[in-house]
Design a protein around this ligand. Structure first.
Ligand code: ADP
Ligand code: SF4
Length: 685
């Protein structure tokens, strides 16, 4: 085993946090897991894997302290009463087995709650519409009894956390989603009593709750506060150079740990397209100067050098991570063992965040095993040895093919990858060359690096495989991973058939990525609604083209609401002068202009002229080879398809498909055939 670089020793120092001692500086901060409270086994499996991977502190996701904080339909923890203690106690025990500490983020989400499940009024500092404008819900201004009840409820939750065995409890004040934060912000707090008006008055509730928590913690458990050190919301005084700093200065020595980030969540979880590693530092680094208590902060840190330097420079005491700990639960162990190149770095795509919005167990582009620890028994590092050392030919080296090859090679198969192009990587190779998507190249870089270290892998570039070539490989299994190409005929998410004048005339994203010559104004018809349309718009606008982005839905890039990128995309498009045409359907491309109409009323709109049309809609699976091989009786049983050549989708889906197929080939399939399910308890009445 290689040894760790002494430069990183500092990351393995213990850190005192009030009454507890973190075994190292790796801190997996609270993050949504997509596991609702009825899925404790899955949630425990995910957290335990991080503890096994060396994270010194592993935090639970946001836990509602009582029914008045019902963040309806988002899969957060419910820590409402004593019945919730049992599953948390099991989680704590499982994390501690690995020598890690664990913490629970106790939260009342104030005017970010919806209370549609409980049917009680949403509580806030003032009577106002809640922070989800789409919901016709208004909050009740909390009276003194409500405030007292909230404080008592928070204290009871701290008691329960102690009973469950947690090492640390959080007072949650982050993401523009916490009641105590809502009291702090004069945009939401319009009170005229001692809880409103002056800064000291607005701070009162946070101070009281923190004091209550310290009192109940009584030195048995540590107390952390999670709070933005800067608020990006326009008009908010809670900025790093104003009241956010004043809050932390005022309460500086009160908690045992400051966990700081920025608000709101879209800025906290910035994607690599808009925010670099360490993007929060400018707004959070002052915190250590105003408190002697340990500080943890985040910034999508995945590089050991950056982490060590943060500690050396005195920016943070503990390196906080959610996404890097999802992409690689074994990141700390790999640094410890001197295996830096084995780290599966987060690409900053926020597909994990999208899972939360969908209320499905967390998915990750880089780590297909996340959420599958319990339900499928998948470990991110240990692939079971294949019962028989077989040989597998993988055709295509996109994310699906590379992941399949790597998983099979780890299991002991002889893996051969054949790729038509001179370079490996498929779509991620091409897409990572587009403006803002460079980090996506890590999907191929990580896998190719691993594959190149292995003796049982052969990688062949410039090797197009035809059906007739396959038998010559004599492989036991053939996995077809030939991907998909973009359609040029206009068919997409809302228009399912070809649009007149598109086929043969429109360019596709594949053409642009292959370097198609483009001069003059460009019209992009985006009926895909994810990143490709607006990435191309930005890519071409940045090169000086006049760009029109036409989209049939009411707003552009609707799916990017799930990845929290919508506001940033809009900002980018406006900044680059891209002309946006939402709510616009297309009847025809006439050779020099798009003939368009309002999507909702059908009313004709002025034509949109351009020298080029780019169609971003549906894709065509490249499944000819797969079909031919399946038709060959000698091969049919040993041929399978994975990734986009079966069903074009997001990169995460291709990686998952490649991984799942490799597990199937080595016989690592759960008894149930799909996965273990969490079963509800049934009552007679
Ligand atoms: P996925 O997302 O499913 O992994 P990609 O489109 O990223 O799919 O990758 C598919 C890869 O397969 C591309 O790099 C493409 O060049 C390659 N490919 C397609 N057909 C063949 C073939 N017949 N032989 C070898 N490689 C192929
Ligand atoms: Fe990182 Fe993307 Fe995985 Fe989230 S889904 S952890 S952003 S690689």
């Amino acid at each position: 085993m290689s040894h760790r670089d002494p430069r990183y020793d500092i990351l393995f120092e213990e850190v005192q946090i009030g009454p507890i001692t973190a075994p190292n500086r790796f801190f997996s901060v609270p993050h949504a897991t997509g596991h609702n409270p009825l899925m404790p086994n899955g949630s425990i499996g995910m957290r335990e894997m991080k503890a096994e991977g060396g994270w010194g502190v592993v935090c639970m996701q946001l836990a509602e302290i009582d029914p008045t904080s019902d963040i309806s339909n988002l899969p957060m923890e419910k820590f409402w009463d004593d019945t919730d203690i049992k599953s948390h106690a099991l989680l704590v025990e499982r994390i501690k087995r690995h020598g890690a500490l664990t913490a629970i983020e106790l939260a009342h989400t104030g005017i970010r709650a919806r209370n549609m499940d409980t049917g009680t009024p949403v509580l806030g500092p003032s009577s106002m519409r809640i922070l989800k404008p789409q919901n016709p819900i208004q909050s009740k201004a909390m009276d003194k009894q409500d405030i007292k009840a909230f404080r008592e409820s928070h204290k009871r939750a701290v008691h329960r956390a102690k009973q469950a065995g947690y090492d640390m409890v959080y007072v949650y004040a982050a993401h523009d989603a916490a009641l105590v934060w809502h009291f702090l912000n004069p945009m939401y707090n319009h009170r005229t009593d001692e809880y409103g008006g002056s800064f000291e008055n607005r701070l009162r509730l946070l101070r009281e709750v923190l004091e209550d928590t310290m009192e109940v913690a009584a030195g048995d458990v540590a107390v952390a506060v999670r709070i933005p050190a800067h608020d990006f919301k326009s008009g908010s005084p809670l900025t790093y150079d104003n009241e956010a700093r004043a809050v932390i200065e005022s309460l500086a020595e009160l908690p045992d740990l400051w966990d700081v980030n920025v608000a709101g969540w879209p800025r906290d979880s910035g994607t690599s397209r808009f925010d670099n590693e360490g993007h929060q530092e400018k707004y959070t680094s002052y915190v250590k100067q105003v408190t002697t208590k340990p500080v943890v902060g985040v910034g999508r840190y995945a590089s050991a050098d950056a982490m060590a330097s943060l500690v050396k420079k005195g920016v943070f005491d503990l390196i906080g991570a959610s996404r890097p700990s999802i992409a690689d639960p074994f990141l700390p162990k790999k640094i410890k063992e001197g295996r830096i190149d084995d780290i599966r770095e987060c690409i900053g795509c926020n597909v994990c965040v999208a899972s939360d919005a969908y209320s499905v167990p967390l998915m990750c582009t880089q780590n297909p095993t996340i959420s599958q620890e319990w339900r499928r028994g998948w470990h991110p590092e240990n692939i079971p040895a294949a019962p028989k050392k077989e040989s597998t030919l993988i055709i295509g080296s996109g994310p699906a093919g590379l992941e399949c090859a790597l998983t099979l090679a780890k299991a002991g198969h002889q893996a051969t990858v054949a790729e038509r192009e001179p370079e490996f990587g498929g779509r991620v190779l091409k897409e990572s060359a587009l403006r803002g998507l460079a980090a996506w190249g890590r999907v191929k870089d990580y896998r190719l690096y691993q594959l190149r270290q292995m003796g049982n892998v052969s990688l062949y570039a410039e090797s197009e495989i035809a059906a007739a070539d396959v038998a010559g490989f004599g492989a036991d299994n053939v996995v077809v991973a030939t991907g998909s190409i973009w359609r040029d005929d206009g068919a997409g998410a809302t228009t399912f058939k070809a649009i007149e004048g598109f086929a043969g005339n429109a360019l596709t994203p594949d053409d642009v990525m292959a370097g198609a010559e483009i001069s003059g104004p460009v019209v992009i018809y985006d009926d895909d609604h994810y990143y490709m349309g607006n990435v191309l718009a930005g890519h071409l606008a940045a090169k000086g083209h006049e760009v029109h982005l036409v989209c049939p839905l009411p707003s552009i890039a609707e799916w990017m609401g799930y990845t929290l990128e919508s506001p940033r995309v809009l900002d980018d498009m406006v900044e680059l002068g891209v002309h946006m045409h939402p709510n616009t359907t297309v009847s025809r491309w006439n050779g020099s202009a798009l003939e368009v109409a309002r999507a909702d009323t059908g009313q004709e709109l002025p034509q949109i002229a351009g020298a080029h049309l780019i169609a971003v809609g549906a894709r065509l699976p490249q499944d000819d080879l797969l079909s031919k091989l399946r038709e060959d009786p000698a091969l049919a049983d040993c041929v399978s398809g994975i990734g986009d050549c079966l069903a074009p989708g997001i990169i995460q889906a291709a990686v998952f498909s490649g991984h799942a197929e490799a597990r199937r080939l080595i016989g690592d399939v759960p008894e149930s055939g799909i996965y273990k399910r969490e079963t509800p308890v049934l009552f007679d009445r």
